[in-house]
Ligand binder design. Structure first.
Ligand code: AMP
Length: 600
């Protein structure tokens, strides 16, 4: 697949062509573009030159960077009329970007009408952040009316940096709690928990968060009210103040370019020194906050013009983080030179509990990868959609626990052994007669069934409703991922025990034998959506993880809240119930098809 990537900004246009081995064939950048009708080169002129330059290639798809896709698009999208309309609808939220992307898409669709055009959104990677991270604490009626929520941006770069940092560190991304620091003219931080963005510093607009080249980042909203009340500021002049006259430029009074500020600071300029200190202090605060939000951090990745190049800024940001387990090797940090995509530098010491790595961001390559993936999935999706697929049985799991032998003995006595009472649908798994009590700060929940066999780690699975009943905050995790999950006190007839971790809200998933995976055209760790229809309240479950193993039997597992929402019943025993839903009509769609299906 040969893919053309278009990255269109308000006054610049970058493009690149990659072959199917991800080799860069051509690339280019047009800067200082002007509006139509003004003197100088416009976006249309630049696009014409791109077309000329790329005419010789037999393209298989075109990938377009689109800054704002809102909460609608959790994945890149094959562009159709609905997607174009959505991009248009987000113009008020991204006036400097979405109009240009839209124009570029329309223009290039006329030149390459028969290849798929894919929109890759800056917001997608953050679209699944938990509600607690996307919600501003303002009147929710007002928030709903005006679409005031946090979206996050720079997602393409954060996703790429997280992936490549894990690759360089030779650690699986889905086992890492990463903080990615994209520090360039625009700057943002993201908490990437097991491969998913769970917090990021930019919010409803790209203005929130870190100090940037000319953007302020976080400012007390009360300041804006006072400036408006002074009568000397309008919405436009506030926009100008916060987006153009602030950040490094506003602080230093010199430039938005850190290189110039560092030179001035060395020469003794106090405002330049303050600019550097405020920038570093804010970035360090976010690292600390995100480590706390994730319950720890395994690695930190720096990228962007400043993150890749300024050793002194990295050192300033990372100082005093020893308490988190961050130990920096000053020489390695100083010598880190990242010139190409396949270079990286680990700047932490071998004894540092947190790996710190510098990587070069490559948004164009990420867009190429994602576009190729979606274009390929689209092809396969057509086949999948037309193939007759068997329904997927759904099992509603009530709250339950998996215990270690040591924990079991502590709760039920040294001589006790689990008493199997009923085989479960997954081979080798069974429900036991033993039940435990969960003791939360607010309430206790009795009768939580033990599932066998005993395991090597304790894991208690509850629903969101249970969380509120107990008064605890359990993270959504895949089974087995209990590290730094929530603590809980558990009790049995022979004793009580406080677990410092182990309480989770299980992520919905589908167990599949490899033969089933082949039928549905999915792979282990893919995410799909599952449609449940046939009852009174049809529902599509998104973010359903596929887990493929020889020993698995085809079955989707959801919890009681999810089962209730879809009005899927469960038997009265209140334990685990494999309910066969033959009469329902479940279909698995590739993620690429998810939103198209939702729109229908
Ligand atoms: P970006 O928007 O990612 O291109 O990053 C631009 C920012 O990176 C500007 O503030 C530059 O001053 C900064 N930058 C690039 N190279 C260096 C360098 N060698 N030392 C310090 N800052 C740099």
């Amino acid at each position: 697949m040969t893919v053309l990537v278009i990255n269109c900004g308000s006054s610049s246009l970058k493009y690149a062509v990659f072959d199917d081995k991800e080799k860069l064939l051509v690339s280019g950048k047009h800067e200082r573009l002007v509006m139509d009708g003004e003197e100088g080169k416009s976006h249309v002129d630049a696009l014409q030159q791109v077309v000329e330059h790329c005419r010789e290639f037999k393209l298989s798809c075109v990938g377009h960077r689109v800054v704002h896709g809102g909460a609608t698009f959790t994945q890149p999208q094959l562009i159709d009329n609905d997607v174009l309309q959505a991009i248009e609808a987000y113009i008020p939220a991204a006036p400097m970007h979405n109009p240009y992307s839209l124009a570029a898409i329309r223009e290039l669709q006329t030149h390459w009408p028969s290849v798929p055009h894919i929109a890759v959104f800056d917001t997608s990677f953050h679209a699944r952040m938990p509600r607690r991270a996307t919600t501003y604490a303002i009147d929710q009626d007002v928030a709903r009316k005006y679409g005031i929520r946090r979206y996050g941006f720079h997602g393409i770069s954060h996703q790429y940096a997280a992936g490549i940092a894990a690759e360089f560190l030779q650690r699986p991304l889905d086992e890492l709690r990463l903080i990615t620091m994209h520090l360039g003219n625009g700057a943002s931080a993201a908490a990437v928990e097991f491969g998913c963005s769970t917090e990021t510093s930019m919010g409803n607009t790209p203005l929130e968060g870190l100090v940037m080249g000319s953007r302020s980042g976080d400012v007390d909203a009360g300041v804006l009210l006072n400036l408006l009340r002074s009568g000397e500021y309008s919405a436009e002049s506030l926009d100008q103040l916060l987006n153009k006259q602030s950040g490094l430029a506003g602080l230093s009074g010199i430039s938005n370019d850190l290189r110039e500020i560092e030179t001035a600071a060395t020469a003794g300029n106090d405002r330049a020194r303050l600019a550097i200190n405020v920038f570093a202090h804010r970035a360090r605060k976010y690292i600390g906050a995100y480590a706390a939000a994730m319950g720890g951090v395994d690695a930190i990745a720096f990228t962007g013009g400043i993150g890749e190049n300024s050793a002194s800024m990295r050192a300033r940001i990372l100082q005093r983080l020893e308490f988190l387990g961050v130990m920096i090797d000053e020489d390695r940090n100083h010598d880190a030179q990242i010139k190409s995509d396949d270079e990286y530098a680990v700047i932490s010491t071998p004894r540092s509990r947190v790996d710190v790595v510098v990587v070069k961001t490559n948004e164009e390559l990420m867009i190429a990868r994602e576009s190729t993936r979606i274009a390929g999935a689209q092809d396969r999706g057509d086949v999948i959609a037309s193939a007759a697929k068997p329904p997927i049985p759904i099992a509603v799991s009530a709250r339950h626990c998996h215990l270690t032998e040591a924990t079991f003995k502590q709760l039920f006595g040294n001589d006790a052994t689990p008493t199997p009472v009923k085989d479960l649908s997954q081979p080798g798994q069974y429900a036991c007669a033993e039940k435990i009590t969960l003791l939360g700060p607010k309430n206790r929940i009795e009768g939580v069934r033990l599932l066998g066999p005993l395991r090597s780690v304790d894991q208690i699975e509850i629903s969101r409703s249970d969380e509120f009943r107990l008064g605890v905050d359990a993270p959504v995790r895949n089974s087995g991922q209990v590290k730094d999950s929530a603590p809980i006190t558990i009790e049995g007839p022979a004793g009580k025990l406080h677990l410092s971790e182990g309480l989770i809200c299980a992520r919905r998933h589908i167990h599949m034998h490899p033969d089933d995976a082949a039928v549905y055209g999915v792979n282990d760790r893919d995410e799909v959506s599952v449609k449940v229809s046939g009852g009174e309240r049809d529902l599509i479950f998104g973010d359903v993880l596929i887990r493929v193993k020889d020993s698995y039997k085809l079955e989707m597992h959801i919890d009681t809240d999810e089962g209730n929402a879809a009005e899927i019943g469960r038997d009265s025993s209140g334990t685990v119930n494999a309910q066969d839903v033959d009469e329902l009509d479940e279909d698995v769609y590739r993620v690429a098809r998810e939103n198209a299906e939702l729109e229908k």
